[in-house]
Ligand binder design. Sequence first.
Ligand code: CA
Length: 361
Amino acid sequence: MRVVSFALLCVLLVSCADRSTTTGDVEPTAQQSFQWKLVTTWPKNFPGLGTAPENFAKNVERMSNGRLKIKVFGAGQLVPAFEVFDAVSQGTAQIGHGASYYWKGKVPASVFYTAVPFGLNAQEMNAWLQYGGGLELWRELYAPFNLIPFAGGNTGVQMAGWFNREINSIADLKGLKMRIPGLGGEVFTRAGGTSINLPGGELYTSMQTGVIDATEWVGPYNDLAFGFHQVAKYYYYPGWQEPGPTLELIINKAAYESLPADLQAIVEVAAAAANQDMLNEYTARNNAALIELVEKHGVQVKKLPDDVLAEFKRLSAEVVEELASEDPLSRRIAESMKAFAIQAKAYHGISEEAYYNARRQ
Ligand code: CA
């Protein structure tokens, strides 16, 4: 036993000595272990959005046999929700989980990577990111911030949101203060409303105190957990603003590059698993939550009028075009996404959509 311990000590001393003789570029070895901090924009353990990074961290630890341990912090525990991007960019935390459109003030084109109104659904977003060039452009967009983005979840088509008054025409949006981030928020403002961006944890109180008149969040499963049925009467669909929003895992570039290749692969595969798992969870749990909202809590579920949706769609095209014309990279992202959407729409018109229509009859 003592001999083994001595041998181990020698290995460690040699390895330490090796490291001390070279400054900087040390080749990561399979013996090294790492401890990372993961900051999120969600309340700690919030269903789906908050449990996804927890599961990701557990999977990474399990697959790496404890060589990469990741501690997850909810919004406000280490940094506030809207400081996640900077915290990971600067290395305060090695990894973050959130939604890219929260960073639009810093990186305008980041909004493309959460959702484009009337754009790609979850299945199509994943396809564009992985096989349509979307991820490479996203990495180019975040490179100046020392960040490597990965898709880290998708909720599927969301709901249009909770309103404390009925929406029967565009005129009903006038003066309405709604929490709606990203491109959807810009569209909502142009349609006569006022869009406000707030983190999830502040929405219930903001609705209750009248700071906002309406809010979108995700869908029945998450909205039930926040209790929005207690502070708003009408629950509108469809989620034109977020038809298949991607959540992001952002990793500090230096931290990622300090990992040996096997741990990098584990992080990549765990992110892909988290991305798919979230969609599966929402697809399974939204159904029962919707029934509970309607049958137990008497929520009125309503469809946005066709002319309101048509106006949102018209304004969305305008907003996307303006954003695309801001700089060459924004243009390349918008064009790549648009070209993909045209093809997806053509084929999904005779596959997914045709099947939905046939199933309904
Ligand atoms: Ca949303």
